[in-house]
Design a binder for this molecule. Structure first.
Ligand SMILES: NC(=O)c1ccc[n+]([C@@H]2O[C@H](COP(=O)([O-])OP(=O)(O)OC[C@H]3O[C@@H](n4cnc5c(N)ncnc54)[C@H](OP(=O)(O)O)[C@@H]3O)[C@@H](O)[C@H]2O)c1
Length: 240
């Protein structure tokens, strides 16, 4: 007898910050699974026309409500928000402790943390049937690992945001979680100096980086299929 794969019911998603490494993998995964989505970019406008792609700079809080309204209009309704937007530096280089400025601290906070709150509120205002919010955390904000301090601080605060939003939005049946990657094959982790990557992998049970597809499949599950997990940060890190 032929094996069958259970498919989640098709969902409608708003993916914020999906022009990067993980965003690309997630879009592929969701397309394969038959979900509908609109997604945002900031500096990396798609080179080919994509009616589902929309510009959004989450540092401009006043533009977030309009972006959510546009996503809602295109999709008809939204079942899930996935928030991938993040920066690890504002200088193009790894931010070691002595490189951190007030400006870099504020920029990382605005993108990695503040934007997550305001996009979630905009989503929740339009979500009357329950749904999922999934943030991209990071192992740096979850455990003591070698990394950048302001990045770790914003990602740690994101996990606190998950817990409080889960309580706030539970009565609307909106589940809020963070998926917390370790080091993936590409993306923001490219900024990490090689000796810190080696240090990390030396303590990793699987002794390797995660693939983008491995991470994307977990994001997809929590965005489209999850009905009872909320307020949690789920590590996808190969067992660190
Ligand atoms: N790759 C890893 O190893 C790894 C590990 C742990 C956690 N993560 C997390 O996974 C998520 C995706 O990371 P990635 O590796 O795919 O990074 P990435 O390729 O650099 O993608 C980051 C995304 O954030 C968007 N973004 C940056 N500034 C923004 C702003 N002001 N407004 C709106 N969007 C903005 C980028 O848009 P533009 O490119 O269009 O500017 C891009 O879509 C991040 O939250 C990251 O912290 C990744």
């Amino acid at each position: 007898m032929a094996a069958t794969t259970a498919m989640a019911t098709p969902k409608r998603l708003w993916i914020v910050g999906a022009s990067g490494a993980l965003g690309g993998a997630l879009r592929e995964q969701l397309s394969r699974e038959g979900h509908e989505f609109v997604w945002t970019y900031n500096t990396r406008k798609p080179t080919t026309e994509d009616p589902r792609a929309m510009f959004l700079d989450v540092r401009d809080v006043s533009s977030i409500e309009a972006a959510a309204a546009r996503a809602n209009e295109v999709l008809g309704s939204i079942d899930a928000l996935v928030y991938l937007a993040a920066i690890a530096t504002d200088t193009g280089r790894f931010l070691a402790m002595d490189d951190v400025t007030q400006e870099s601290w504020d920029q990382l906070s605005a993108v990695n943390l503040r934007g997550a709150f305001f996009t979630t509120r905009a989503f929740a205002r339009r979500c009357d049937r329950g749904g999922n919010v999934v943030f991209a955390g990071s192992i740096d904000g979850h455990k003591p690992v070698p990394g950048s301090i302001p990045y770790a601080a914003t990602k740690g605060a994101l996990e606190a945001l998950v817990r409080s939003l889960a309580k706030e939005l539970g009565p609307k049946n909106i589940r809020v979680n963070a998926v917390v990657p370790g080091i993936l094959e590409r993306g923001l982790s490219d900024l990490l100096p090689a000796h810190l990557v080696s240090d990390y992998l030396a303590h990793d049970a699987l002794s390797r980086k995660g693939t983008l597809a491995e991470a994307a499949s977990i994001f997809s599950f929590f965005a489209t299929d999850n009905s009872y997990v909320t307020g949690r940060a789920i590590a996808v890190d190969g067992g660190l």
